[in-house]
Ligand binder design. Structure first.
Ligand code: NAD
Length: 520
């Protein structure tokens, strides 16, 4: 493809700019004006309305129905898989450059509708403007980055030359696949997984999370407008255990690309391993799962910077990021000081509806999440001392608001120090020595993100080697990975070691074919 400029990360909009605030307010009003809209399934390009309907609610004001949506049953999913098989017969032969151009156009459409996406992220997922913008930029980046990556994967591959032969290696697609994203990055993760799969020549059955169907739909529409042909992506919302699992089980499916919880990820690995009648090939399973991420604060750290990073990483988007800091592991010599600053920073956070630009912490995604988080807070009361928060924030509104909560003096083997809570709950652990702080950080079945704060050079170097996390940061927060800059994904029970937004990622959606022709 001629003259594609090199990839650069999309800048985020600044909410201090009055023009940005005005345009965001207008987009919120537009989105609110469309509340209750009915979203269909799209199977092989055809809009389908099913009898079984679902609803997606505004977490900050659950009396507001963001959309209603058709729910796919097993038969719908099977038709979507059949459509993906048919579409694969042509899409696989479309040139890499042409498929890349589709993603470049999709990125432009996202830019053009940026405020509308921001508004949906705010109203359906409970993201503050800053969080919505960060996700928006990431979604654009995924399209832009994978488009350029496609040109590299689709181009000539280096081989050792052999006289008398002409040898070529081509990356070819796998076939029809299933993409199952979570609700917490309903645009960037859904879009990133789908974009990577299709740009590599695969076709996709896309099952969005039931909590964020409206945003998934907006992305699907952008793909259609960008020129993705019918059947290349089918859109099938529905209950995970029905629609998601049926899609994953289908004989024709060649890969399952999943981001979500450990429990569901492991279940899908099991489903993939059960060979179905007529199945050809082993299903490739790409799992990106949970985390129990840490920030280690050494005695040599800049304590203000460390405390600010802990608060931002623990409570940004209500702690509902797989990368969120849920364990602060603090050297005993600075424990009291760090705790005081983290507690003060936490208490200063403003709780309220996500659309309010002054708010830092909005509602969690749904009622069952709120109950589960508050259940963990109760467990935590028996495992440490509640230093901040600890209750539902009912005064913030009718939504599912939970106070940002700090529980200190927690044993490394306590439940709240080991299990993923996925909400605004931080466990603070005391480490007697530097070495012990590293051991505590690594004492988890997960291995997604972590951060080390310290200024002692020897300790920084030791920490860089010893800390076992897919994304390890030093002297900065453990959230906020940038596409291309910080390829993202975890070890151990955090997933199958993929790196979204990295140079290896498209390889997960391809297989290499070697062609060797004897000359003469
Ligand atoms: P979840 O596992 O409950 O759901 C994820 C998706 O799987 C949803 O679309 C859901 O409908 C579907 N699903 C549920 N049961 C299924 C089944 N039996 N078969 C097929 N599909 C099924 O996770 P969630 O609550 O949506 O997301 C939060 C989780 O995602 C957290 O654990 C978080 O750490 C993780 N996450 C990980 C990453 C990462 O990059 N590693 C990124 C974001 C979120």
């Amino acid at each position: 493809m001629a003259n594609v400029v090199p990839f650069v990360n999309e800048p985020v909009l600044n909410a201090a700019d009055p023009d940005v605030r005005r345009r965001f307010a207008e987009a919120l009003a537009r989105a609110e004006g469309r509340f209750g809209e009915a979203i269909p399934l799209v199977v092989g390009g055809e809009r389908v309305t099913t009898a079984k309907q679902g609803r997606s609610l505004n977490p900050c004001a659950p009396e507001q129905v963001v959309c209603t949506f058709s729910q796919a049953g097993e038969a719908d999913v099977q038709r979507a898989v059949a459509a993906a098989e048919r579409a694969f017969a042509t899409w696989r032969w479309v040139a890499w450059e042409e498929r890349a151009a589709v993603l470049l156009r999709a990125a432009e459409i996202l830019r053009r509708r940026r405020y509308d996406f921001d508004a949906l992220l705010t109203l359906e997922a409970g993201k503050t403007f800053a969080e919505a913008e960060a996700e928006m930029a990431e979604a654009i980046d995924f399209c832009d980055f994978y488009a350029r990556e496609a040109l590299r994967w689709g181009g000539p591959q280096p081989l050792t030359p052999l006289r008398g032969e002409m040898n070529e290696l081509h990356y070819i697609p796998l076939g029809p696949g299933v993409v199952i994203p979570p609700w917490n990055f309903p645009l960037a993760i859904l879009g990133g997984m789908a974009a990577a799969a299709i740009v590599a020549g695969n076709t996709v059955v896309l099952k969005p999370s039931s909590d964020t169907v409206r945003i998934g739909w907006a992305f699907f529409e952008a793909l259609e407008e960008a020129g993705v042909p019918p059947g290349v992506v089918s859109f099938v919302p529905g209950p995970g255990a029905v629609a998601g699992e049926a899609a994953a089980r289908a004989a024709a499916v060649r890969f399952i690309s999943f981001t979500g919880s450990k429990a569901v990820g492991l279940r899908l690995a099991q489903v993939a391993a059960e060979v179905q009648p007529g199945q050809r090939g082993v299903k490739r399973v790409i799992l990106e799962m949970g985390g129990k991420d840490f920030i280690v604060v050494d005695e040599s750290a800049d304590l203000d910077a460390a405390a600010a990073a802990v608060v931002a990483s623990a409570f940004g988007f209500q702690g509902q990021k797989c990368s969120a800091c849920s364990r602060a592991i603090v050297h005993a010599r600075v424990y009291d000081e760090v705790l005081e600053r983290v507690t003060a920073g936490t208490k200063a956070l403003r709780i309220g509806p996500a659309k309010d630009l002054e708010v830092n912490v909005a509602a969690v995604i749904n009622e069952s999440a709120m109950k589960s988080i508050l259940g963990y807070v109760e467990v935590g009361r028996g495992e440490g001392r509640v230093a901040a928060g600890g209750a539902r924030a009912a005064a913030a509104g009718s939504g599912w608001f939970v106070e940002p909560t700090v529980i200190e003096g927690v044993d490394p083997r306590a439940r709240i120090a080991c299990e993923e809570i996925f909400g605004p709950v931080l466990a603070v652990l005391r480490a007697d020595t530097f070495e012990r702080s590293l051991e505590m950080a690594n004492d988890t079945e997960y291995g997604l993100t972590g951060s080390f704060f310290g200024r002692d050079r020897a300790r920084v170097e030791t920490a860089k080697k010893a800390l076992h996390a897919g994304n390890l940061y030093v002297n900065r927060k453990c959230t906020g990975a940038l596409v291309g800059v910080h390829p993202f994904g975890g070890f151990d029970m955090s997933g199958t070691d993929s790196k979204a937004g990295g140079r290896d990622y498209l390889g997960l959606f391809t297989q290499a074919k070697l062609v060797s022709e004897k000359l003469g």
